[in-house]
Design a protein around this ligand. Structure first.
Ligand SMILES: Nc1ncnc2c1ncn2[C@@H]1O[C@H](COP(=O)(O)OP(=O)(O)OP(=O)(O)O)[C@@H](O)[C@H]1O
Length: 579
């Protein structure tokens, strides 16, 4: 820095003092020409003092107001200005000599950092204000204490419970304000306590108390009221329990009804009738037509209904089965169509969705349709025509996108004749019909079915039965199977309970089957009682020997006769060559 009037004051370079200040200093004379330009000024305005001194200040700092100070003689304090991304604050003052202005001085300081700190502080202040408002408006009561257990914050909700104002509690020890809270213990142990029931004001509240930990040290603690009243919690728990129970009920219902278990390949049978039915199912599955499945009990009607659903484009939708015969008549309507809340005494709150709505986008299987009451038949007819349902007690029609498959073991024409089934409904349902013949009319399927069930029960029982003896099979073949495939399956399952070796023998079959075989033989031959008894005895001995693989001791045991007696009878019937 160079000074215009050099080295006065005993040669001490006093002007150097300006360089040691952490302010930028610019001094001008009466004509606004620069006389002092210190080192910081040089750096800020990127101009050396050598260049600046003697030049009009406006040439070096065009925006400065310093000449105005000379004009007015008035100082300016705390003026902010920006220069190259930095913020400065400056004071400008006139320099006086004997009352007249002989120049002016400007001292500027870089406050960029302070500015950003101030901005941050402002943001924090605003955030604090917002948080305070949130805490005060919060429904839950909240209180914060410092390390000493003195209250630093208590929100309005808590204050209301205590009947005080938040302000009057600040700074007070927590145990004086809320004696029952366990905050002092939490401060001591550093462990949170959640779900305690504590008396606050005039009620038992459920609280949560947790320490505030900073750098591993407990610096305070906070308590929050989770439920103002235990009763509130009880009510909530009851509500949650009720909702869970309801959810379980619906989950169970959906699981029970939604799943269509059987595909076409699960239907066993190679008879012409079964093959043709499978072909029809594949074709019909591509349409939305209503299907009526007819057949005796146990012929596999439900199996075909499942397979039809699985083959159709609705396979990802629900498959809902309704057994019209199993549901009491007075409940069937609400079961099928649902009901509105308050539709009848005992109706669930919120009403209930019916099976038709549950099947939306999928298939509804109306099993035992022949048992549907006439009043409901009329309603079902409307659903078939309009594709919409009405919940019980609710006149608002609801569109449903459902494919209907109905099944019956009854002769519907006969029922129509007796006035028990609507003819118009029969024709609406019978758009496509599948007639499943009884097992006795397709005995060629018997072998496959037997093998299938033997395999199934081997898996279920963990056994290794390889098959059925020819005698036993003959008995099955001769039987008329009134219960069809279901009955056959039951017979095989029963055999698994009694079979000992790897083959199912006649005596493993139920007695009625064994007797059925014999009585048919006997009736055909028109024998005398004596010969009938002999035949029965011979048959029993043969079966016992077959079952025991010729072991006479075991066979005698099975028949409940002595070994000697068995030998005698073997000889009598000429069986000694065979066994
Ligand atoms: N072709 C088949 N292949 C394999 N299992 C079959 C067959 N037909 C029937 N079943 C079995 O027989 C039992 C009865 O079948 P399903 O319930 O489908 O008969 P249904 O005709 O609907 O009887 P119902 O009229 O009594 O309701 C089931 O266990 C089923 O798995």
């Amino acid at each position: 820095m160079v000074l215009a009037a050099e080295k006065i004051n005993n040669g001490f370079p006093w002007y150097r003092t300006f360089d040691s200040l952490n302010h930028a200093v610019v001094i001008i004379d009466r004509k606004a020409r620069i006389v002092v330009f210190n080192r910081l000024a040089e750096r800020i305005f990127n101009c050396s003092s050598f260049e600046a001194i003697g030049r009009p200040v406006k040439e070096i700092i065009p925006k400065t107001d310093l000449p105005k100070v000379i004009e007015t003689g008035q100082p300016q304090f705390g003026r902010k200005f920006k220069h190259k991304d930095k913020v400065y604050v400056c004071n400008r003052m006139p320099i006086l000599e004997e009352g007249s202005v002989i120049g002016a001085i400007c001292m500027a300081q870089d406050i960029t950092e302070m500015e950003s700190i101030a901005e941050e502080l402002q943001a924090i202040k605003e955030l604090k204000g917002t948080l305070e408002t949130i805490l005060d408006l919060a429904y839950e009561g909240m209180v914060v204490v410092n390390r000493e257990g003195r209250i630093t914050m208590l929100n309005q909700a808590f204050a209301t419970l205590l009947g005080v104002t938040p302000e009057e509690t600040i700074g007070k020890p927590i145990d004086q304000v809320v004696p029952n809270l366990r905050l002092p213990v939490v401060l001591e142990t550093g462990k949170g306590e959640i779900g305690d029931i504590e008396r606050i004001g005039d009620r038992d509240a459920v609280t949560m108390e947790v320490p505030i930990v900073k750098d591993g040290q407990v610096v305070g603690a906070v308590a929050k009221i989770m439920f103002r009243d235990v009763e509130e919690l009880n009510a909530l728990a009851q509500r949650v329990n009720a909702l869970c129970a309801e959810l379980d009920y619906y989950k169970g219902e959906v699981e029970r009804y939604r799943d269509s278990k059987y595909s076409l390949d699960k239907i066993i049978g190679n008879s012409g009738a079964i093959r043709k039915l499978k072909e029809t199912v594949k074709k019909v599955a591509q349409t939305n037509s209503t299907v009526l499945i007819m057949g005796e009990t146990g012929t596999g009607k439900e199996l075909f209904a499942h397979a039809l659903h699985r083959e159709s484009s609705r396979r990802h939708g629900p498959f809902i089965k309704v057994n019209c015969a199993a549901i009491p008549e007075n409940l069937l309507e609400s079961e099928l169509f649902g009901y509105r809340e308050g539709a009848f005494t005992g109706a669930r709150k919120g009403g209930q969705i019916g099976k038709f709505e549950l099947a939306d986008g999928g298939t509804i299987f109306l099993d035992e349709i022949g048992d549907m009451p006439l009043s409901l038949q009329a309603k079902l007819l409307r659903v078939l025509q309009d594709k919409e349902i009405e919940r019980l007690g609710d006149a608002k029609p609801r569109k449903v996108n459902v494919r209907i498959i109905a099944a019956t073991h009854q002769d519907l024409k006969e029922r129509i004749g007796r006035g028990e089934f609507r003819e118009d409904l029969f024709y609406r349902l019978n758009v496509v019909s599948l007639n499943i013949p009884p097992l006795r009319e397709r005995k060629e399927d018997l072998r496959l079915l037997v093998n299938h069930f033997v395999e199934k029960y081997n898996c279920e029982f963990g056994m290794r039965v390889t098959g059925i003896s020819s005698d036993a099979y003959r008995l099955l073949l001769n039987y008329h199977w009134p219960g069809n495939v279901r009955e056959l399956e039951n017979v095989i399952e029963r055999c698994f309970n009694v079979v000992e070796g790897s083959t199912i023998l006649p005596e493993h079959l139920p007695m009625y089957l064994q007797q059925f075989g014999r009585s048919r033989r006997l009736v055909k031959k028109k024998c005398t009682l004596k010969s009938l008894l002999d035949q029965a005895e011979e048959g029993a001995i043969r079966e016992a020997l077959e079952a025991t693989k010729g072991n006479k001791i075991q066979a005698a045991g099975l028949l409940g006769i002595s070994r000697a007696s068995l030998y005698q009878k073997i000889r009598k019937y000429g069986l000694d060559r065979l066994y």
